[in-house]
Design a protein around this ligand. Structure first.
Ligand code: ARG
Length: 456
């Protein structure tokens, strides 16, 4: 007989247990169900709702159940539906009437909300630490080749020379926003839902503030109906993870391009690539590709949850049981990414000469020429036009920008001086960008120092 079986004359049809169960995945929450139940029982006793000895017995038995589940010495069955019922059922089996008191002033609707909040509080701490680790790997890799020059791209076309370190630090910035979004999410979810009951609170004289204190929540939820219906914090977490994976997929795409024969900027360690079953010569950046693919999966988790919640009337509806698998799946996926990316980043070998050669096309310094004209007093739009005409002239006359003589340059850029012919080194070009946030070596070094300090 189910714990809720009083008003039913038969048990559920066999297929119903399989269809409605969540134990196959929500057992992952067992630790938090136990922590929450212990605090709840302590409060019930403090408020005189159950005897103190009962609360003590419940707490001791909950610990035993937790230890047994941890050891794998606990039988789960779909008949008992979910982790909450399993644990309560076991309390009742062992403690009899004392165990039967634990669910006073509580519903699974507020209980499951509590368990997930407790679980995510811990998970987010691990995520933040993992992101820090990935940031560290990027910063170390950047610092090891702090002066390597490569072409920066817009529209995937060569744009201007940049430092490789500057490029990697761009990802460190993105990851930092991901980290701070997760911390925000944790702050917003750190609210006690227990005590909301099924939806309307309880007639029993509970003390929610005490449970709040015991479980280290920031505050008690204000509206019981909102509380049991609320999955915003899960949507928020999944949004944060979706943005994180979007960043990972962009980095992956950069890596995949850099490893291609056309770019040839980077070689990943053998331990972080795979071969082809047919083509003996292949060394493929599969980790980056799978990561790019996994991003779709995490977006799917977010879409699944948003769609589950869309249009649900207040308050709890069983649809909400479907919230946990997307959360677990996204967390598992992101945790995997956070494990594999730092060592892969560390394994990157740069082909600095190829990077520099690609950045050394004098056309990449066209902007430097235009800005030199601005220094000489030419309005920028005119300068842009003159250098554009120079680029066109060079193309039409089969010359590179640095191959034209001063006289030839003056056909389109009358203000050109001999100094102009010295504007075409990629290394010098980078060196001219010592502006806050720019790719100048001194500034990038300062950024590296900032992050080394920040992440130490
Ligand atoms: N297994 C359920 C879930 O994950 C727990 C809450 C069930 N509540 C209910 N009234 N059936 O959402």
């Amino acid at each position: 007989m189910a714990l809720w079986g009083g008003r039913f004359s038969t048990g559920t049809a066999g297929v119903v247990a399989d269809f409605t169960e969540s134990i196959s995945y929500d057992r992952r929450l067992y630790k938090y169900d136990i922590i929450g139940s212990k605090a709840h029982a302590a409060m019930l006793a403090a408020c005189g709702i159950i005897p103190q000895e009962t609360a003590t017995a419940i707490a001791a038995e909950l610990d035993k159940i937790g230890a047994r589940i941890a050891k794998g010495d606990f039988t789960f069955s779909t008949e008992l539906e979910d982790i909450h019922m399993h644990i309560e059922n076991e309390l009742i089996r062992v403690l009899g009437d004392e165990g039967a008191r634990v669910h006073s002033a509580r519903s699974r609707n507020d209980q499951v909300n509590l368990d997930v909040r407790l679980y995510l509080r811990d998970e987010i701490i691990d995520l933040v630490a993992g992101i820090r680790e990935l940031q560290r790997a990027l910063v170390s890799r950047a610092a090891a080749d702090a002066d390597a020059v490569m072409p920066g791209f817009t529209h995937l076309q060569h744009a201007q020379p940049v430092l490789f370190a500057h490029h990697l630090l761009a990802y460190v910035e993105m990851l930092d926003r991901d980290r701070s979004r997760l911390i925000d999410c944790r702050r917003r979810l750190n609210i006690l839902p227990l005590g909301a009951g099924a939806l309307a609170g309880t007639t029993l004289p509970i003390n929610r503030e005490m449970v709040c204190e015991l479980l280290g929540f920031e505050m008690v939820s204000r509206n019981s109906m909102d509380t049991v219906a609320d999955r915003d914090f899960m949507c928020e977490l999944l949004s944060d993870l979706a943005i994180f994976t979007m960043h990972v997929s962009r980095f992956s795409e950069d890596l995949i391009l850099w490893c291609s024969q056309e770019f040839g900027f980077v070689e990943l360690g053998d331990a972080f690539c795979t071969g082809s079953s047919l083509m003996p010569q292949k060394k493929n950046p599969d980790i980056a590709e799978i990561a790019r693919g996994k991003t779709g999966r995490v977006y799917g988790d977010l879409m699944a949850l948003l769609t589950i919640c869309k249009g649900l009337p207040l308050t709890y509806n069983r649809d909400l049981q479907e919230d946990k698998e997307p959360i677990f799946d996204a967390l598992d996926t992101v945790n995997m990414l956070l494990k594999v990316f730092p060592p892969m980043v560390a394994s990157m070998e740069l082909r600095r000469e190829r990077m520099l050669a690609a950045a050394s096309d004098p056309a990449l310094m066209a902007t430097d020429v235009a800005e030199k004209l601005v220094e000489l007093g030419v309005p920028f739009r005119h300068a842009h036009h003159r250098v554009g005409a120079f680029v066109k002239w060079c193309r039409e006359n089969g010359k590179t920008l640095d191959g034209a003589t001063l006289e030839e340059m003056r056909i389109t850029i009358p203000e050109a001086t001999p100094e102009f012919s010295r504007l075409f080194s990629a290394v010098d070009s980078v060196g001219r960008r010592e502006v806050t946030g720019g790719t100048g070596p001194d500034h990038v070094r300062k950024q590296l120092e900032f992050w080394q300090e920040e992440l130490s």
